[in-house]
Design a protein around this ligand. Structure first.
Ligand SMILES: Cc1ncc(COP(=O)(O)O)c(C=O)c1O
Ligand SMILES: N[C@@H](CCCC[NH3+])C(=O)O
Length: 479
């Protein structure tokens, strides 16, 4: 469908500019907090002209605004300090986007990091994150991953019986057998610091692929087995169970599910104490949603934290127990709104009476969320921020896949080849889920601040794409 808007009625660029206040919660904005329109009517982020950034660093380009990321980190941390009288710790869920620079910024802001693979763990360690603030998740951790986690001294969030038994019953022999000469009793960081991930059976309204807290989930121990799990842990001195964890899902706008979760977790804690377990930490996971379109209305970071803190205190008071250390591990609401992806417009195709496709130089390989979750995004044209909206077009990627559509209905000024189309709120689960489908090179990423732009991820080259290729001699044309 091609729809035409009366020229000048709506302005495509301006409508998404953020409210300029210190307390603006980044997850409630579509553009990073530093986004402005400069005197050339072009989009500026972190004091850098986006069109110029693309000329400098190439296209497509992820542009991460450091101030927005830091602001989100601080808002979580300060809200916990304000509303929770006990100890607390915010962890950055690095599955949202794991790289050295982002882990380093999170660590500088006092956050710990939640990792879910050996690769994410290695990245966080290399970025200088303190192992005491690293929590290792996963429903099928390999022995190699467990060794890396335990040797580096981070906390293992145990997800299931197989893992619990591996660590509790067999860990010494696993280490002893696989590393000859290694005395099993001299395992560093023994006993092993663990948390238990439990499934709370709490439903929330989000896409079924990103719901995790309902009973029919692959993650965590079934709550009906709490007694057996706590009994097992209490009988295994190799395990130092410091906490309990739950995560109910992602991109959640309601506050009630996390508040209910706090109550459920306090009951678990009480039960654990009847088995002699001294649980000191409760981690309520992540999940706070962000605004991808004007229709999205997530609570602010402060409101979300306040709700969880209040519920936790009420539940502890009701059960007459001391406040545990409260942890949360947001990903999307820390990084999502801090980044945009800039593409260059190329070909277009108009099907009369149906729609106009406008193609860009990336697509499902740099942002697989639309094709995976039917996620809806908004876009602006960086070099035409004040041009009136003229038409609704479909933004297509360049992949050999009909479903490679970034935005089904984008309301934009008339676009032409060479325009810089900027898709908003692409910081979470974009680069981290990017692929090389069709052998497209992954784009570069820059961090911007105060008019300066620094590369944080190099653009892949054709050589990078072939780095893992092996050509057996008998297949070589020169053989
Ligand atoms: C265990 C766990 N913690 C934290 C997160 C981060 O969630 P979000 O990015 O929605 O804050 C996820 C992802 O859903 C998760 O699975
Ligand atoms: N990848 C999902 C979120 C998964 C959360 C991880 N448990 C998304 O883009 O929305």
């Amino acid at each position: 469908m091609v729809s035409t808007h009366p020229a000048g009625v709506q302005n495509s660029g301006r409508q998404y500019l953020p409210k300029a206040t210190d307390t603006t919660s980044p997850n409630q904005e579509l553009l990073p907090l530093t986004a402005r329109i400069n005197s050339s009517d072009r989009l500026e982020i972190g004091g850098c002209d986006v069109t110029t950034l693309v000329q400098q660093f190439g296209s497509p380009l992820y542009i991460l605004d450091e101030d927005t990321l830091r602001s989100a980190c601080r808002q979580y941390r300060e809200a916990l300090q304000k509303y929770y009288p006990g100890e607390s710790q915010v962890l950055y869920a690095s599955k949202a986007w794991s790289c050295l620079a982002i882990c380093a910024i999170a660590a500088q802001e006092g956050l710990g990091v939640d990792v879910v693979s050996g690769g994410e763990l290695y990245t966080a360690l290399q970025a200088g994150v303190s192992p005491h603030k690293l929590y290792f998740h996963g429903n099928n951790k390999s022995l190699e991953e467990l060794k890396l986690a335990i040797n580096s001294g981070c906390t293992v969030v145990v997800d299931n019986w197989y893992e619990l038994q591996t660590l509790g019953d067999n860990w010494s022999s696993v280490i002893g057998d696989s590393e000859s000469g290694n005395d099993p009793l001299s395992i560093p960081h023994s006993p092993i610091r663990i948390m238990l991930r439990l499934t709370p059976g709490i439903e929330c309204h989000t896409h079924e692929y990103i719901r995790t807290g309902h009973l029919d989930s692959k993650f965590g121990f079934d709550p009906n087995q709490l007694d057996e799990v706590f009994a097992f842990v209490s009988q295994h001195s190799a395990l130092n169970c410091v906490g309990l964890h739950a995560h109910i899902g992602s991109q959640i706008f309601e506050q009630q599910p996390h508040q209910d979760l706090a109550g459920v977790m306090v009951q678990w804690l009480k039960k654990a104490s009847s088995y002699g377990l001294q649980i000191q930490e409760l981690n309520v996971g992540g999940g706070l949603g962000i605004r991808y379109t004007e229709a999205d209305d997530p609570p602010s970071i402060e409101a979300w934290v306040k709700g969880v803190c209040t519920a936790m205190q009420e539940a502890c008071a009701a059960q007459q127990i001391a406040l545990p250390k409260l942890l949360c591990e947001p990903g999307r609401s820390l990084i999502g709104s801090a980044c945009v992806t800039a593409y260059t417009v190329g070909s277009s195709k108009t099907i009369p009476g149906m729609r106009t496709y406008v193609a860009v130089d990336g697509g499902m390989s740099d942002n697989p969320r639309p094709i995976t979750y039917q996620s809806v995004y908004r876009a602006v044209v960086a070099n035409k921020m004040c041009a009136p909206v003229a038409q609704t077009v479909t933004i297509a990627g360049k992949h050999c896949e009909s479903g490679d559509i970034l935005i089904k209905e984008a309301t934009l000024p008339p676009s032409e080849p060479g325009d810089i189309l900027v898709v908003l709120a692409t910081g979470a689960y974009n680069y981290s889920m990017a692929s090389n489908y069709n052998r497209l090179a992954r784009p570069a990423a820059v961090v911007v601040k105060g008019g300066e732009a620094n590369l944080i991820l190099r653009r892949e080259t054709y050589q990078d794409l072939m780095r893992q290729d092996c050509l057996p001699a008998r297949l070589s044309s020169e053989a």
